[in-house]
Design a protein around this ligand. Structure first.
Ligand code: HEM
Length: 210
Protein backbone atom coordinates (compact mmCIF):
# COMPACT_ATOMS: atom_id res chain seq x y z
CA UNK A 1 0.00 0.00 0.00
CA UNK A 2 2.73 2.41 1.07
CA UNK A 3 5.25 1.74 -1.71
CA UNK A 4 2.65 2.09 -4.49
CA UNK A 5 1.13 5.11 -2.73
CA UNK A 6 4.52 6.84 -2.60
CA UNK A 7 5.14 6.09 -6.30
CA UNK A 8 1.75 7.57 -7.25
CA UNK A 9 2.30 10.60 -5.00
CA UNK A 10 5.69 11.23 -6.67
CA UNK A 11 3.97 11.12 -10.07
CA UNK A 12 1.33 13.58 -8.82
CA UNK A 13 4.01 16.01 -7.60
CA UNK A 14 5.97 15.81 -10.88
CA UNK A 15 2.80 16.14 -12.99
CA UNK A 16 1.59 19.16 -11.00
CA UNK A 17 4.96 20.92 -11.35
CA UNK A 18 4.99 20.14 -15.08
CA UNK A 19 1.46 21.56 -15.51
CA UNK A 20 2.62 24.86 -13.98
CA UNK A 21 4.79 25.36 -17.07
CA UNK A 22 1.57 26.48 -18.76
CA UNK A 23 2.35 29.91 -17.20
CA UNK A 24 5.58 30.11 -19.21
CA UNK A 25 3.65 30.28 -22.51
CA UNK A 26 2.56 28.11 -25.39
CA UNK A 27 5.98 27.45 -26.99
CA UNK A 28 7.62 26.54 -23.70
CA UNK A 29 4.72 24.28 -22.56
CA UNK A 30 4.51 22.46 -25.89
CA UNK A 31 8.29 22.07 -25.92
CA UNK A 32 8.15 20.56 -22.43
CA UNK A 33 5.35 18.15 -23.41
CA UNK A 34 7.30 17.01 -26.48
CA UNK A 35 10.45 16.63 -24.39
CA UNK A 36 8.54 14.21 -22.12
CA UNK A 37 8.30 11.90 -25.12
CA UNK A 38 12.04 12.18 -25.79
CA UNK A 39 13.35 11.38 -22.30
CA UNK A 40 15.87 8.55 -22.44
CA UNK A 41 16.95 9.19 -26.04
CA UNK A 42 19.27 8.06 -27.55
CA UNK A 43 19.76 5.25 -25.02
CA UNK A 44 16.11 4.21 -25.38
CA UNK A 45 14.50 4.28 -28.82
CA UNK A 46 11.26 6.15 -29.63
CA UNK A 47 8.88 6.80 -26.75
CA UNK A 48 10.16 3.93 -24.64
CA UNK A 49 10.66 5.95 -21.48
CA UNK A 50 7.04 7.15 -21.62
CA UNK A 51 5.81 3.59 -22.00
CA UNK A 52 8.00 2.38 -19.13
CA UNK A 53 6.55 5.18 -16.97
CA UNK A 54 3.00 4.29 -18.06
CA UNK A 55 3.62 0.60 -17.25
CA UNK A 56 4.98 1.48 -13.78
CA UNK A 57 1.94 3.71 -13.15
CA UNK A 58 -0.60 1.08 -14.22
CA UNK A 59 1.15 -1.62 -12.13
CA UNK A 60 1.25 0.78 -9.14
CA UNK A 61 -2.47 1.60 -9.46
CA UNK A 62 -3.46 -2.08 -9.74
CA UNK A 63 -1.19 -3.09 -6.83
CA UNK A 64 -2.54 -0.18 -4.74
CA UNK A 65 -6.12 -1.39 -5.28
CA UNK A 66 -5.20 -5.04 -4.60
CA UNK A 67 -3.37 -4.06 -1.38
CA UNK A 68 -6.37 -1.97 -0.26
CA UNK A 69 -8.71 -4.92 -0.86
CA UNK A 70 -6.45 -7.37 1.02
CA UNK A 71 -6.14 -4.95 3.97
CA UNK A 72 -9.91 -4.36 4.09
CA UNK A 73 -10.58 -8.12 4.04
CA UNK A 74 -8.02 -8.67 6.80
CA UNK A 75 -9.64 -5.97 8.92
CA UNK A 76 -13.06 -7.55 8.38
CA UNK A 77 -11.74 -11.06 9.21
CA UNK A 78 -10.30 -9.74 12.47
CA UNK A 79 -13.85 -8.86 13.53
CA UNK A 80 -16.16 -11.45 11.84
CA UNK A 81 -19.11 -10.59 14.08
CA UNK A 82 -20.48 -7.18 13.30
CA UNK A 83 -20.78 -4.67 16.11
CA UNK A 84 -24.35 -4.77 17.41
CA UNK A 85 -23.98 -1.16 18.29
CA UNK A 86 -21.69 0.59 15.93
CA UNK A 87 -19.79 3.36 17.65
CA UNK A 88 -19.50 6.78 16.05
CA UNK A 89 -17.00 6.38 13.22
CA UNK A 90 -13.54 7.41 14.23
CA UNK A 91 -11.11 9.23 12.00
CA UNK A 92 -11.26 12.20 9.66
CA UNK A 93 -13.61 12.64 6.73
CA UNK A 94 -10.68 11.77 4.44
CA UNK A 95 -9.99 8.51 6.30
CA UNK A 96 -13.61 7.41 5.97
CA UNK A 97 -13.83 8.15 2.25
CA UNK A 98 -10.68 6.40 1.01
CA UNK A 99 -12.52 3.66 -0.88
CA UNK A 100 -15.05 5.82 -2.74
CA UNK A 101 -12.48 8.58 -3.12
CA UNK A 102 -10.24 6.07 -4.87
CA UNK A 103 -13.04 4.98 -7.22
CA UNK A 104 -13.82 8.62 -8.15
CA UNK A 105 -10.13 9.29 -8.85
CA UNK A 106 -9.93 6.20 -11.07
CA UNK A 107 -12.99 7.31 -13.08
CA UNK A 108 -11.52 10.81 -13.37
CA UNK A 109 -8.19 9.43 -14.67
CA UNK A 110 -10.03 7.46 -17.40
CA UNK A 111 -11.89 10.65 -18.46
CA UNK A 112 -8.66 12.67 -18.21
CA UNK A 113 -6.76 10.27 -20.49
CA UNK A 114 -9.55 10.46 -23.10
CA UNK A 115 -9.49 14.24 -22.73
CA UNK A 116 -5.84 15.31 -22.66
CA UNK A 117 -3.84 12.25 -23.74
CA UNK A 118 -5.83 10.69 -26.60
CA UNK A 119 -7.80 13.93 -27.24
CA UNK A 120 -11.04 12.02 -27.96
CA UNK A 121 -13.09 14.19 -25.56
CA UNK A 122 -11.17 17.43 -26.11
CA UNK A 123 -12.47 20.22 -28.41
CA UNK A 124 -9.00 20.51 -30.03
CA UNK A 125 -7.65 17.03 -29.32
CA UNK A 126 -4.38 17.54 -31.19
CA UNK A 127 -1.50 15.61 -29.55
CA UNK A 128 1.03 18.04 -31.06
CA UNK A 129 -0.68 21.01 -29.30
CA UNK A 130 -0.94 20.23 -25.57
CA UNK A 131 -1.21 23.96 -24.68
CA UNK A 132 -4.08 24.39 -27.15
CA UNK A 133 -5.79 21.32 -25.71
CA UNK A 134 -5.58 22.66 -22.14
CA UNK A 135 -6.82 26.16 -23.10
CA UNK A 136 -9.73 24.73 -25.11
CA UNK A 137 -10.60 22.35 -22.28
CA UNK A 138 -11.07 24.97 -19.56
CA UNK A 139 -12.59 27.74 -21.71
CA UNK A 140 -15.24 29.76 -19.78
CA UNK A 141 -18.15 28.26 -21.77
CA UNK A 142 -16.95 24.81 -20.68
CA UNK A 143 -17.15 25.77 -16.97
CA UNK A 144 -18.60 22.34 -16.19
CA UNK A 145 -15.28 20.73 -17.18
CA UNK A 146 -13.47 22.99 -14.69
CA UNK A 147 -16.11 22.08 -12.08
CA UNK A 148 -15.58 18.36 -12.73
CA UNK A 149 -11.78 18.72 -12.55
CA UNK A 150 -12.13 20.73 -9.32
CA UNK A 151 -14.23 18.01 -7.65
CA UNK A 152 -11.83 15.28 -8.82
CA UNK A 153 -8.78 17.21 -7.62
CA UNK A 154 -10.43 17.78 -4.22
CA UNK A 155 -11.01 14.00 -4.07
CA UNK A 156 -7.29 13.55 -4.83
CA UNK A 157 -6.52 16.04 -2.03
CA UNK A 158 -8.62 14.19 0.58
CA UNK A 159 -7.18 10.85 -0.52
CA UNK A 160 -3.61 12.16 -0.31
CA UNK A 161 -4.15 13.86 3.01
CA UNK A 162 -5.13 10.59 4.63
CA UNK A 163 -2.52 8.59 2.68
CA UNK A 164 0.30 10.96 3.66
CA UNK A 165 -0.88 11.00 7.30
CA UNK A 166 -0.82 7.17 7.41
CA UNK A 167 2.62 7.15 5.81
CA UNK A 168 4.01 9.63 8.35
CA UNK A 169 2.57 7.55 11.19
CA UNK A 170 4.10 4.38 9.73
CA UNK A 171 7.40 6.26 9.70
CA UNK A 172 7.19 6.63 13.46
CA UNK A 173 5.06 9.70 14.21
CA UNK A 174 2.93 7.89 16.78
CA UNK A 175 3.17 9.96 19.93
CA UNK A 176 0.36 12.53 20.36
CA UNK A 177 2.80 15.28 19.38
CA UNK A 178 4.10 13.24 16.43
CA UNK A 179 0.53 12.58 15.27
CA UNK A 180 -0.24 16.28 15.39
CA UNK A 181 2.87 16.99 13.36
CA UNK A 182 1.99 14.25 10.86
CA UNK A 183 -1.57 15.61 10.54
CA UNK A 184 -0.33 19.14 9.85
CA UNK A 185 2.33 18.00 7.36
CA UNK A 186 -0.23 15.85 5.49
CA UNK A 187 -2.69 18.76 5.35
CA UNK A 188 -0.06 21.19 4.03
CA UNK A 189 1.05 18.67 1.41
CA UNK A 190 -2.53 18.01 0.21
CA UNK A 191 -3.43 21.73 0.10
CA UNK A 192 -0.28 22.65 -1.86
CA UNK A 193 -0.84 19.84 -4.34
CA UNK A 194 -4.51 20.75 -4.87
CA UNK A 195 -3.66 24.45 -5.27
CA UNK A 196 -0.92 23.61 -7.79
CA UNK A 197 -3.37 21.61 -9.90
CA UNK A 198 -6.39 23.93 -9.56
CA UNK A 199 -4.50 27.08 -10.50
CA UNK A 200 -4.24 25.87 -14.14
CA UNK A 201 -7.97 25.44 -15.02
CA UNK A 202 -8.85 28.60 -13.07
CA UNK A 203 -6.15 30.60 -14.88
CA UNK A 204 -7.72 29.55 -18.20
CA UNK A 205 -11.28 30.14 -16.93
CA UNK A 206 -10.40 33.69 -15.86
CA UNK A 207 -8.41 34.50 -19.02
CA UNK A 208 -5.01 34.69 -17.31
CA UNK A 209 -3.85 31.91 -19.63
CA UNK A 210 -5.28 32.01 -23.15
C1 HEM B 1 -5.89 20.60 -13.67
C2 HEM B 1 -5.25 19.51 -13.51
C3 HEM B 1 -4.54 18.75 -14.60
C4 HEM B 1 -4.08 19.17 -15.83
C5 HEM B 1 -4.16 20.58 -16.44
C6 HEM B 1 -3.46 18.03 -16.47
C7 HEM B 1 -2.88 18.05 -17.72
C8 HEM B 1 -2.44 16.94 -18.41
C9 HEM B 1 -1.97 16.92 -19.78
C10 HEM B 1 -1.87 18.16 -20.68
C11 HEM B 1 -1.66 15.65 -20.09
C12 HEM B 1 -1.15 15.14 -21.45
C13 HEM B 1 0.35 15.25 -21.54
C14 HEM B 1 0.80 14.88 -22.94
O1 HEM B 1 0.35 13.86 -23.46
O2 HEM B 1 1.60 15.63 -23.49
C15 HEM B 1 -1.91 14.84 -18.91
C16 HEM B 1 -1.67 13.47 -18.83
C17 HEM B 1 -1.91 12.72 -17.70
N1 HEM B 1 -2.41 13.14 -16.50
FE1 HEM B 1 -2.98 15.02 -16.05
N2 HEM B 1 -3.55 16.94 -15.63
C18 HEM B 1 -4.21 17.34 -14.48
C19 HEM B 1 -4.51 16.56 -13.36
C20 HEM B 1 -4.21 15.23 -13.25
C21 HEM B 1 -4.49 14.43 -12.07
C22 HEM B 1 -5.13 14.97 -10.79
C23 HEM B 1 -4.05 13.16 -12.34
C24 HEM B 1 -4.08 11.92 -11.49
C25 HEM B 1 -4.94 11.72 -10.51
C26 HEM B 1 -3.50 13.17 -13.68
C27 HEM B 1 -2.98 12.08 -14.35
C28 HEM B 1 -2.50 12.07 -15.64
C29 HEM B 1 -2.03 10.88 -16.33
C30 HEM B 1 -1.95 9.48 -15.74
C31 HEM B 1 -1.64 11.30 -17.62
C32 HEM B 1 -1.09 10.41 -18.74
C33 HEM B 1 0.40 10.47 -18.81
C34 HEM B 1 0.82 9.66 -20.03
O3 HEM B 1 0.97 8.47 -19.88
O4 HEM B 1 0.95 10.22 -21.10
N3 HEM B 1 -3.60 14.44 -14.20
N4 HEM B 1 -2.40 15.64 -17.92
Amino acid sequence: MAVTGILLALFLIAHMLGNLKVFTGETSFDHYAHWLRDIGKPLLPGVWFLWILRTVLVVAVVAHIVAATVLARRARAARPVKYAHRKKVNGSYAARTMRWGGVIILLFVIYHLLDLTTGALNPVGDASKPYGNVVADFAPERWYVTLFYTLAILAVGFHLRHGAFSAFRSLGQQTPRGERRARTAALIFAVLLCAGYLVVPFAVLTGLVS
